[in-house]
Write a protein that binds this ligand. Structure first.
Ligand code: DC
Length: 226
């Protein structure tokens, strides 16, 4: 039997630093990267463009199952192409985040995206970024991390990101929005956001990206993967 490629599953709420940490680890190790949140964002965007009601579960699941999406690695990061259109920036907006959160609560959509996510597993290894990587998609991942941070700190980070783009949002509103999204993601019936039993929890509230990366790399070393 051929051995399956190793997976490092990194789950946690938005704003905990997963995206940056995963991109950095994938580059450093030269492993593949799965941004599973992007698949939910693209599904939300595609369904809304087709004017499908987001509570029409079979119709949204059909969109998820037939997505014409391509992830193209570039020097600046991964470009996301939907039906040949570059939607890399579009899918990062708050509006699309909200569409993603709604479609992610539909079990048929999660089922439709399951195999697509598993197909990212390839040698020499995969860094999987999401909410249910360790609990559902890659239950046999060699390393599982649950990366978290306080809602206040995640709100501050988001605020800074927006300021860097010249957008002045209310910090309080951002924190409240993060808390509401956490609540939805943690309490939904299907694949709720929670650490896998065998996950190592890393709280990044007081840690830099470098410190988080070195803690994860230490776990990867301990697992004998590098
Ligand atoms: O990580 P993100 O902000 O791009 O995720 C967008 C939405 O998709 C967010 O509401 C959580 C959801 N999601 C999910 O339910 N399961 C995943 N594996 C990844 C994201």
């Amino acid at each position: 039997m051929t051995k399956r490629a190793a997976v490092i599953a990194i789950d946690g709420p938005s704003g905990a630093g997963k995206g940056t940490v995963c991109a950095r680890l994938a580059e450093q190790l030269n492993w593949h990267l799965l941004d599973s949140g992007a698949l939910y964002r693209i599904t939300g965007l595609a369904a809304s463009r087709k004017q499908i009601a987001l509570d029409d579960e079979p119709a949204v699941a059909a969109v998820a199952a037939s997505l014409d999406v391509r992830f193209a690695p570039t020097a600046e990061g991964v470009e996301v192409m939907l039906e040949g259109e570059n939607v890399t920036t579009t899918i990062r907006t708050e509006d699309v985040g909200s569409l993603a959160s709604q479609v992610a609560a539909l079990p048929a959509v999660r089922d439709a995206l399951l195999q697509r996510q598993r197909d990212f597993r390839a040698a020499p290894g995969l860094i999987a970024d999401g909410r249910d990587m360790g609990t559902v998609v890659f239950t046999d991942a060699e390393v599982k991390v649950f990366l978290t941070a306080s809602a206040e700190e995640r709100g501050r980070r988001r605020h800074q990101q927006l300021l860097d783009k010249g957008i002045n949002a209310s910090l309080l509103a951002l924190i409240e929005d993060i808390q509401a999204r956490d609540e939805r993601d943690s309490n939904r019936a299907v694949a709720p956001l929670r650490p896998a039993e065998d996950a190592q929890v890393i709280d990044s509230t007081e840690l830099s990206i470098d410190e988080v990366c070195s803690q994860v790399l230490q776990l990867v070393r301990e697992a004998g993967l590098i």
